[in-house]
Each structure stands twice: as structure tokens, then as C-alpha cells.
Design a protein. Structure first.
Length: 213
């Protein structure tokens, strides 16, 4: 039975990398980062490293956090095979991120942020805002509809817990575009579009004004 607190360790242990190709939006992300002169990028919820490797190949200084130690191990192994380097750490993103204020030029988080109740997600967004420089770029994707298991329990508005499947017991919050804009109220949202696998893709820049912490 999957661990309801951290099901990914078992998943990555038995299925390996799971995802190997970068998200379809990443070439556009890289173009934006190159134009803005970004150097230091955080992959929040980096999994087994598909975007860590991709961004390192593009010349960025890449940092990755993931709750799964097994995922971090696999990412380090992949980087070694590619003769690349990145700063990777196993870390619970619901706690304070292990970086100074305004540390990153950009943050990417693919198919990660929806894993939690809304209060937890808001805390994560506060931390993302803290570690991202004013004017820094953010790229986030979240599913548009229930995408795990066949049976669900609703635990709050728009938040469901799968009762079966590989992510059984893990809350999933499903956003509307309006809610995403409200969640990232300290950002200038450039766009919210739907990708080919029915995920909202939010591109935004942290506002230049000072944000209360």
C-alpha cells in the first residue's frame, strides 16, 4: 500500500524516473529566462530530475527540492550520467524553504503545487514569493480536473483525497484560473493557459514592490 504521507518514494523506487521529457512549456520558459538574464533557478518538487537536467543543460545554476529522498537520489544519478551539476535537497516544501530571501531569479514547479489543502498551498506560495527576487519569473502547472484514482473524498471546497490509486490519501486541490490569480496576488500574471494534458500553466513575475513577510 502506498505511504499516504509520501507515496512517491515507493513510486520512484519501483518505476524509476516516471517522467523523462520536459514539460512542453519549458522551451518558452528558457527563452523568457534568457531574455531576463536569469541565472539561478529553483525546481520546486523536482521529482527525478527531468527539469533539473534540462535547465542545467541550458546553462542555468539549478537548485531542486523534493519531499522524496528516492527522487533526489535518481536526480543525482541522472545528473552524473549527463556530467552536469545541480544543488539538490530532500526537503518538505510545507516547511520554510532552505534559502535566503530573494535568492532565485526564477522558480518552476510542474504538477506539484496542487498536492495539499489550500492553507498548506498558501504557505508554500508565501515561501516561493520570499525566495524569489522582485521581478523574478514563476512557472507553475496544476491539473484542471480530478486526475488520480477512481474514488474521492472531499475534505474542503475544491480539495479531494483519492481513495485509491498511487496517490491514495494525498489531498489534491483543483484550481480555477480566478483562484490561481488570487493565490498569486503578489505577482503580475502574464498568462494562464491549458496544456496538452489538461493542466493550467501559469506564467508570472513577482511584483517589484516590497512584499510583507
Amino acid at each position: 500500500m502506498p505511504d499516504p504521507i509520501n507515496p512517491w518514494n515507493e513510486l520512484f523506487k519501483h518505476r524509476g524516473r516516471v517522467f523523462t521529457e520536459p514539460h512542453e512549456g519549458m522551451p518558452g520558459v528558457v527563452q523568457t529566462l534568457k531574455i531576463s538574464g536569469a541565472k539561478r533557478v529553483l525546481d520546486l518538487g523536482c521529482g527525478t530530475g527531468r527539469h533539473v537536467v534540462y535547465l542545467a543543460k541550458k546553462g542555468f545554476s539549478v537548485f531542486g527540492l523534493d519531499h522524496s529522498a528516492e527522487a533526489i537520489r535518481a536526480s543525482i544519478e541522472w545528473l552524473s550520467v549527463e556530467n552536469l551539476e545541480a544543488d539538490l535537497r530532500a526537503h518538505d516544501m510545507t516547511t520554510r524553504l532552505p534559502f535566503e530571501d530573494d535568492f532565485f531569479d526564477a522558480v518552476v514547479s510542474i504538477q506539484v503545487l496542487h498536492h495539499g489543502v489550500i492553507a498548506t498551498i498558501r504557505q508554500i506560495v508565501r515561501e516561493v514569493t520570499r525566495v524569489l527576487k522582485p521581478g523574478g519569473f514563476l512557472f507553475v502547472t496544476v491539473p484542471t480536473m480530478k486526475n488520480q484514482g477512481n474514488a474521492f473524498e472531499q475534505v474542503e471546497k475544491s480539495t479531494f483525497v483519492p481513495l485509491d490509486g498511487p496517490e491514495m490519501g494525498l489531498p489534491h486541490h483543483y484550481f480555477t484560473p480566478k483562484e490561481l490569480r488570487e493565490l498569486f496576488g503578489d505577482f503580475e500574471v502574464e498568462s494562464i493557459r491549458v496544456d496538452s494534458v489538461s493542466h493550467y500553466c501559469l506564467s508570472a513575475f513577482r511584483q517589484e514592490k516590497e512584499i510583507g513577510r
